[in-house]
Design a protein around this ligand. Structure first.
Ligand code: FAD
Length: 475
């Protein structure tokens, strides 16, 4: 089929509400949340239902037109951005935002891929149920994007990544074939578990159109505390005793470095720092959750922190006494992300190591970065409880942005080599997108890359689904 004919039929299928090539509408969809390279697209397609997704993919397949799926476009690796050639269809799931079913007996929710995460969580709460996936972008990211990136966030310790929250999927394959795998089974060992191929595949194997998710009882109590650590290692010891004493009720365990507190003081003077005059280098935000009505988590948190004081793990601590204080502590965590944009250009990484290796990762990487560039300002923070560190770097005060940008790839190599030495991963939760395809080939074994390519070529032999992302096409 000719490309012009396919595009004409796509427009007819979707109707006037379902497509656009207006530059003003398309502009914000053509660059990602990190301000990565600007893309271009043949057309923006916004199907209203699964059948329309299927028709669009069938037409693109017949005319050999590549398709780039896009959710809320909050991804950090350029995965949802078409390339610059203007030859790809950008397919947004934004109109597919219905909740199809919520079953409070089964503890399941079935939603279309374009549902905004916040709306989906709210729908669960209305039914007295809890969907635990929680991340800073939840007001804009879509559940389809969360699935495609296997998003992590701040509740992974208790509930797992997105992958762990899925019972069934509906997917349109690259040739337009529909796979309806929307099962609600808690047990299902009938052959390969295909849904896991699509979760985390970043739109390279097909378009996720709907999902059946696991729900949980609503947490009845949450107690949030913030501690100044004696040193980095003691943060991990604190996590270990908190898990032990609470019987694994530690929901969030987030690391903040001193530089984060300094930047928050500089850029957000509306926020009150937990320990304004403290000299600690490291802080953690810890939250314990329970769905049981009679759990006294405040007393439990006090016991844990007393033990941590006695063993010299922490030098200071506060426990939020109200919802308002809890929100204030979480605002500090959110501000630790925002203020980095105000500070300027940074070289960023999203890496993971075994939890026991986090302190070693941070120390080694900081030492090596200072040898490479004296005065460099490391900013490692994030989901330390699951070994995931967002390891960012700011330039020395007396250096220009241009000179610092020139060192970007050396800094990446230094971080990834250190992560690799510690048996970690170059992408903890953000994915590979188009930003890390070369690194994936370096840091995953030849057999893993070969298996990934075999999967890709079985499902999408013409490399039409999100080309140039995750897997480099064989030349
Ligand atoms: C402030 C902020 C905080 C963040 N915090 C976290 C965090 O704590 N944890 C975390 O994991 N991430 C975090 N992120 C990154 C981002 O929010 C997640 O990766 C999120 O899951 C992306 O969802 P999205 O709908 O925006 O997807 P998009 O950015 O639109 O797309 C991401 C990838 O998924 C593909 N895709 C999207 N929808 C579909 C679909 N329906 N079918 C197939 N493929 C699809 C795209 O092609 C692309 O490859 C954060 C981002 C920001 C801006």
């Amino acid at each position: 089929m000719k490309k012009e004919s396919a595009i004409k039929q796509i427009k007819e299928t979707l109707g006037p509400q379902g497509w656009s090539n207006d530059p003003d509408i398309m502009a914000p969809l053509l660059t990602d949340s990190e301000g990565g390279p600007q893309g271009n697209a043949l057309i923006l397609a916004c199907p209203a239902n699964t059948e329309e997704v299927s028709t669009v993919l069938q037409l693109c397949h017949q005319a050999n037109i590549p398709v780039v799926p896009q959710g809320g476009n909050t991804g950090c690796c350029g995965g949802a951005i078409p390339n610059q050639t203007g030859t790809e269809v950008l397919l947004s799931l934004r109109r597919m935002n219905r909740i199809r079913d919520l079953d409070s007996t089964d503890y399941t929710l079935t939603a279309e891929a374009g549902c905004i995460l916040h709306d989906l969580k709210h729908a669960a709460e209305e039914a007295n149920r809890f969907f635990p996936l929680s991340l800073g972008a939840e007001g804009s990211c879509q559940i389809g994007g969360n699935l495609a990136t296997n998003a992590g966030g701040i509740n992974v310790l208790n509930y797992g990544n997105t992958r762990d929250l899925v019972l069934g999927l509906e997917v349109v394959l690259p040739d337009g074939t529909l796979w309806n795998g929307l099962r609600r089974l808690r047990k299902d060992n009938s052959g390969y578990d295909l849904k896991h191929l699509f979760i985390g595949s970043e739109g390279t194997l097909g378009i996720i159109t709907a999902v059946t998710l696991k729900l949980f009882p609503l947490p009845h109590t949450s107690v949030t505390s913030c501690c100044a650590l004696s040193n980095l290692e003691s943060g991990l010891s604190l996590l270990a005793i908190a898990r032990e004493y609470s019987g694994d009720q530690v929901n969030s365990f987030e690391l903040l470095p001193r530089i984060a507190m300094e930047m928050i003081a500089k850029h957000r003077n509306d926020l009150r720092l937990p320990f304004p005059s403290d000299e600690a280098q490291w802080y953690v935000l810890m939250e314990l959750n329970s769905s049981r009505k009679n759990d006294d988590l405040a007393a439990l948190t006090e016991t844990i922190l007393e033990e941590a004081f006695t063993k010299n793990m922490i030098t200071n601590a506060i426990i939020a006494q109200s919802e308002q204080q809890r929100n204030q502590l979480w605002s500090i965590r959110e501000a630790a992300v925002e203020v980095q944009k105000s500070e300027g250009y940074s070289v960023s990484h999203d890496v993971a190591v075994p939890v026991s290796k986090v302190a070693e990762l941070i120390k080694l990487t900081c030492e090596r970065a200072s040898e490479l560039l004296p005065g460099i300002r490391p900013y490692p923070f994030g989901h330390v409880g699951d070994g995931n560190i967002h390891f960012n770097f700011f330039k020395p005060d007396d250096m220009t942005d241009i000179d610092f940008k020139g060192l970007t790839s050396k800094i990446h190599t230094l971080v990834y080599e250190t992560v690799n030495e510690l048996n970690g991963s170059i992408s903890a939760e953000h994915g590979i997108g188009r930003a890390k395809t070369d690194e994936l080939e370096i840091y995953r074994s030849a057999i893993e890359i070969s298996l990934m390519k075999a999967v890709k070529e079985t499902i999408d032999p013409s490399y039409l689904m999100n080309p140039g992302k995750v897997i480099n096409q064989k030349t």
